[in-house]
Design a binder for this molecule. Structure first.
Ligand code: ADP
Length: 160
């Protein structure tokens, strides 16, 4: 098993500069990061899984250290299949902590070999979430400094 491969799972609906900050920080620790869109049909999403993967591809196109994927089912099983023993997540504020703590302990119970690692983004991204970006864009606000250019284009297509 590759010790320096991490899975970064999330909805990424859409990817924001907060996600990108976590991935870029992660790349200073891990050799490879698999950014993986969680397929969750019961969660209402603005973008399809394919659209979310395309937006992530457009950011990391030329970076062989970043793999873009999607998965369904148990995260720990998926991580094992990918040969990764680390799950990477971002922590913005205390409000993220309770949920993340519960998930980390459950994942540890399911597979003690797989560790969870948390990184904090730059302070300017601690307020940022996919939902607030969607809301601001739907109301015509400027989101250019909140998301990558390719994501801004796709969001505008959806809303304008
Ligand atoms: P999920 O539905 O799994 O929370 P998200 O796409 O919202 O999926 O988030 C994926 C991961 O990225 C989570 O660990 C989340 O805390 C983290 N994250 C989201 N936005 C930010 C941000 N602005 N800064 C740092 N981490 C973030």
């Amino acid at each position: 098993m590759n010790k320096k491969k991490a899975i970064y799972p999330g909805s990424f609906d859409p990817p924001t500069n907060g996600h990108i900050d976590i991935i870029n920080r992660g790349l200073t620790i891990f050799d490879t990061i698999v950014v993986s869109v969680i397929v969750n049909p019961s969660k209402d999403a603005l973008f399809s899984v394919e659209e979310r993967k395309e937006m992530l591809h457009s950011v990391y196109n030329s970076n062989p250290a970043v793999e873009i994927d999607s998965f369904e089912g148990l995260l720990v099983d998926y991580a094992s299949q990918k040969g990764a023993n680390t799950i990477l997540r971002g922590l913005r504020a205390v409000s993220d902590f309770e949920y993340e703590f519960q998930m980390a302990l459950m994942n540890r119970k399911l597979n003690p070999e797989i560790k969870s690692v948390y990184l904090m983004p730059s302070p300017e991204f601690t307020f940022l979430s996919s939902s607030i970006v969607k809301e601001v864009c739907s109301l015509g606000g400027d989101i250019s400094c909140l998301v990558p250019t390719a994501v801004e284009k796709q969001l505008k297509k959806k809303f304008l």
